[in-house]
Ligand binder design. Structure first.
Ligand code: C5P
Length: 219
């Protein structure tokens, strides 16, 4: 069983993916973290995330065995890393290097301790369209740019970090633009995806709506 969850930044797909993974006892992969880890590695090396050769080298350097440790790095959550991620994500050879890794996980999912799981939840931008076009359930989770910026703003405030709403909104719009308009695997709902607009929902309501959809669609 594969559940694919796509959508723009801060739409609530990560929380939904984790809730569904917990509910069904499936393994979860946040594929955005893979792109973030590549962007971060390039930034750490003092290079430009749009540099094809550098970004491809970083994407190819991933060792699936150590992936969980790499993806846990808290620095991957930063807005700057998210922006670098969306730059490396435009490069087709970077996407290709990460594709097999994601497909392997979907076909042979495993938990953090290495134990195999009977299903997988993957969240990202192209899971339902490119990575797992045959996924059993597909969600496209979205919300207005303003609502998403507000959520990021409050997250940062709650974490005691500096937060500038206008800058966050500008970054979100920029990232949407880059993710939606790139030539390879752009952000868009799969034709058979269930579109969940969370602009007027909290995380619990979105989770409930997703569970209801799965119950009806897979009854
Ligand atoms: O989801 P998150 O914000 O962590 O993703 C960071 C960036 O990685 C996105 O803006 C997008 O450009 C890229 N990404 C992607 N395909 C995925 C997941 C993330 O292109 N499946």
């Amino acid at each position: 069983m594969i559940i694919a969850i796509d959508g723009p930044a801060a739409a609530g797909k990560g929380t939904l993916a984790q809730n569904l993974a917990k509910h069904f006892k499936y393994a979860f992969l946040d594929t955005g973290r893979l792109y973030r880890a590549v962007g971060y590695a390039v930034l750490q090396a003092g290079k430009d995330p749009s540099d094809e050769a550098e970004a491809t080298k970083a994407a190819k350097a991933f060792d699936p065995k150590t992936i969980n440790a790499i993806l846990k790095n808290p620095a991957l959550r930063d807005e700057a890393t998210g922006n670098a991620a969306s730059k490396v994500a435009v490069i087709p050879s970077v996407r290709e290097a990460l594709l097999q890794l994601q497909r392997d996980f979907a076909e042979h999912p495993f938990f953090e301790d290495g134990e195999p799981a009977k299903g997988a939840v993957l969240d990202g931008r192209d899971i339902g369209t490119v990575v797992c076009p045959k996924a059993d359930v597909k969600f496209f989770v979205t919300a207005s740019a303003e609502v998403r910026a507000d959520r990021r703003f409050k997250e940062l405030q709650d974490a005691g970090k500096p937060a500038d709403y206008d800058k966050i909104l500008k970054d979100i719009k920029e990232r949407d633009e880059r993710d939606s308009n790139r030539a390879t695997a752009p952000l868009k709902p799969a034709e058979d995806a269930y579109v969940l607009d969370t602009s007027k929902m909290n995380a619990v309501q979105a989770y409930q709506a997703a569970l209801d959809f799965i119950a009806i669609d897979h009854a």
